[in-house]
Ligand binder design. Sequence first.
Ligand SMILES: *[C@@H]1O[C@H](CO)[C@@H](O)[C@H](O)[C@H]1NC(C)=O
Ligand SMILES: *[C@@H]1O[C@H](CO)[C@@H](O)[C@H](O)[C@H]1NC(C)=O
Ligand SMILES: *[C@@H]1O[C@H](CO)[C@@H](O)[C@H](O)[C@H]1NC(C)=O
Ligand SMILES: *[C@@H]1O[C@H](CO)[C@@H](O)[C@H](O)[C@H]1NC(C)=O
Length: 477
Amino acid sequence: MDLKVGFLSLALCVGLSWATIDSDLIEAFSSPGIKRDVLIDFAGGNSRVIETIESRSFRTRVGKVKALTQGLQGSTQSSQGPVQDYLGSMGIQSKSYWSSNQMVVRSTNLGLLRRVDSFPQVSRIRMLPTIQLSPIPSSITPTATTVQWGVAKVGADKVWSTFNTKGEGVVVANIDTGVLGIHEALQGNFRADHGWYDPANKTATPNDQNGHGTHTMGTIAGGGEQGIGVAPGAKWIACKGCASSGCDGESLLSCGQWMLSPTNPDGTDPDASKIPDIVSNSWGSAIGGNSWYNATINAWKAAGILHAFAIGNSGPICFTGGSPGDQASAFAVGSTDINDRSSSFSSRGPSLSGFITKPEISAPGSDIYSAWNSSATAYKTISGTSMATPHVAGAMALMLSAHRNNVGDPSAKLPQTKVESLLETTAVTKGLSIGAINLLIPCSGGFLGRLSYPNNYFGYGRLDALQAVNATVKASS
Ligand SMILES: *[C@@H]1O[C@H](CO)[C@@H](O)[C@H](O)[C@H]1NC(C)=O
Ligand SMILES: *[C@@H]1O[C@H](CO)[C@@H](O)[C@H](O)[C@H]1NC(C)=O
Ligand SMILES: *[C@@H]1O[C@H](CO)[C@@H](O)[C@H](O)[C@H]1NC(C)=O
Ligand SMILES: *[C@@H]1O[C@H](CO)[C@@H](O)[C@H](O)[C@H]1NC(C)=O
């Protein structure tokens, strides 16, 4: 005991004891009285539980998800208990997330954080991120067509006819601004049972005060005559991580956790059997290098939930991937236009976290026509890696549906690593170009028009859903 006190005061003297509080957070308390919302990581995160679950075998997916959920809840309770008790005794509110073993404390001061920091279980304290969505307006008016250009470009319509699936039997979620549930292209395939969660306001039915989330879900699973959806046979569910154009970090964590254990809209009756097969994430920070969502992504992987993340709209400069997309744990999507050029807004790698090549893949994201929130029959053309990502999520639904049909098991799974490699090895590399501006600022992975793959513009290439499904079926035959 004496020894520890002695060491602690020594550490104080040499300034080591606050090493777990991010320096930019400390700087953000520049004058007295300032309060900040913070995110606290706990030693070991959720990785021990995930490793234990991955080392065991389970007869059913639901059994595995239940064991994962219980394991994460127990481990969060034991690692966070002392800090929860301390904050509780001070009358300070906090919210714990078992999915990632993190804690959010709102409106706190630096003095309190220094006391929290002295708990040995606390491994890092950082600013709670808020995310700004930044879709790009488009002036293109689509001409009448049976399927939208992006759907045709990736060969989704050929999957429907060749492999006889439009994504039937698969459940896809998004974390976005919500979805206008009554939209004509989406009302028919909403899975209402444990299918909607609005963590901030607990609204009862799907709604969208922005349009962005209706648009992205339209590209994933929209049906009807406008031909907007890649997998219109899939069912969708949604979590409202973004109130409008802003997404609160805490809502995003709540949504990430909800995917592992969907509840009713009021937060009751968590049910492991209702988890989605895929989560599409058209959101991220403008600047990368932030690992705050890694643990949530890793928990999704352990639960067998596939994901895709937008790489961001901060291009064409290199090193502009946003987080979580730029993290090693995330499967990130860049954007292409109708001529298979890299969209100039599409963020480029390498990642600020570890200089890894980013994104992993690209998909149509310039001038995408899809559903909008202004009425049940509204549509709009916009651009962004937010629009590219749902093409990939939809392609994953087609792959999973074809796989299940092929093996005759409606609950068969494909692990994230397998799906990523199928998408990467079948991606189109012929005929892609990066546009003039990028010749001046090469982000590695090729020079002056001659690209090698993967590279920091396209990743492994442009999504080819037809060949990805073809390869999936072949691999499982
Ligand atoms: C749709 O989004 C706009 C902002 O883009 C918002 O002003 C409007 O209230 C939303 N409409 C509905 C029905 O929620
Ligand atoms: C919740 O409702 C309030 C008040 O209507 C609104 O300002 C806020 O944006 C809503 N949040 C979300 C996530 O919809
Ligand atoms: C996720 O972030 C943690 C730090 O919180 C880091 O140690 C780890 O390497 C990251 N993992 C991946 C796979 O991105
Ligand atoms: C599937 O891939 C094989 C090559 O592995 C190719 O011969 C065949 O044409 C592909 N099928 C379709 C529908 O493209």
